[in-house]
Ligand binder design. Structure first.
Ligand code: MN3
Length: 217
């Protein structure tokens, strides 16, 4: 059984002008697809073929010689999650969730500032995340390259891709302009809150992103 590129829940040009259709075409149809294709090639005929994507990530992370499998599996998961974190329709968090963010980060505006800082200050390629820790506190963090918070038992609620391929066609070296525009206008708060609500019921070590289950056919 092979992993498949999950379908986008919006059109390639639906995020314009913040993310162009051209960027989305490269990012989704080339970069994301390449991670999925490479992963399938690497796991063919191995025990990984029969695992969920989350299991592949956790298992390959334990074995340093399987770094290629880890990198491609984790990038496949991160991108599937990232697309769900974006919405063509401008959203605000619900009153309840906004209050939770304000309480956790000394104000909602301060949350946005800190999330942008995590994205902008990640040196080189990586991801910024809003996660729920095992103790149920919210935390902002960033990871390098393909790494994701599943490895530390944290439940991702939102992520932002800050690899150059995510913004270079539209923003060149101006990563802060990209992160600010996405945070201000494209975040899918409904999705983040759904992830948070799901995390209340599922122990963090067993968590499984809603969309990742659609990857396996
Ligand atoms: Mn990317």
């Amino acid at each position: 059984m092979a992993f498949e590129l999950p379908k986008l829940h919006f059109e390639l040009n639906a995020l314009e002008p913040v993310i162009s259709g051209k960027t989305m075409d490269f990012h989704y149809n080339k970069h994301h697809k390449a991670y999925v294709d490479k992963l399938n090639e690497l796991i063919r005929g191995t025990p990984y073929e029969n695992m969920s994507l989350e299991q592949v990530i956790r298992e390959s992370a334990e074995h340093s010689h399987e770094v290629k499998i880890f990198n491609n599996a984790s990038q496949a998961w991160n991108h599937a999650f990232f697309w769900n974190c974006l919405s063509p329709k401008r959203q605000q968090p619900s009153a309840h969730f906004k209050e939770l963010l304000a309480d956790s980060f000394e104000g909602f505006d301060n949350f946005k500032t800190k999330f942008a800082e995590a994205a902008n200050e990640r040196f080189g390629s990586g991801w910024a995340w809003l996660v729920e820790r095992p103790d149920h506190k919210l935390q902002i963090l960033s990871t390098s390259n393909a790494e994701d918070p599943l490895l530390v038992g944290a439940k991702p609620l939102l992520t932002l891709d800050v690899w150059e391929h995510a913004y270079y066609l539209d923003y060149q070296n101006r990563r802060p302009d990209f992160t600010k525009a996405v945070i201000d206008t494209l975040l899918n708060w409904d999705f983040a809150e759904t992830q948070y609500a799901a995390a209340q019921r599922i122990p963090s070590r067993q968590m499984s992103a809603v969309e990742a289950s659609t990857l396996r056919h």
